[in-house]
Design a protein. Sequence first.
Length: 113
Amino acid sequence: MTQAPGHNRSDESSAPEATIDILSDEYACRIVATLDDGPMAAVDLATECDISRPTVYRRLNRLQSLGFVAATNRHDSDGNHRNYYRLTLDEVKLVINEEGIETAVSLAGKNAD
């Protein structure tokens, strides 16, 4: 598996199965597609994606552990602190050969604040 320089990822990301599993999840795919438009708070993702907040937070935790999203804490206009999540996933390649399945993940951070 390859990744962009400077990005550290957890052990969970070392297995191609973890990448395939999260990207085959309907809710995670909705979140990734929505974050492709720009950073968003979890509460707004829940509304935009029509997913419960607990489900959004679970998927964000998994996506974050894989390095596919990053969180930034911001002050909202109402004075509250909120994490805004941005997509760092740029590309996923799956290679299937005699040796099994390999994943190549590019984390470009294209939606950086």
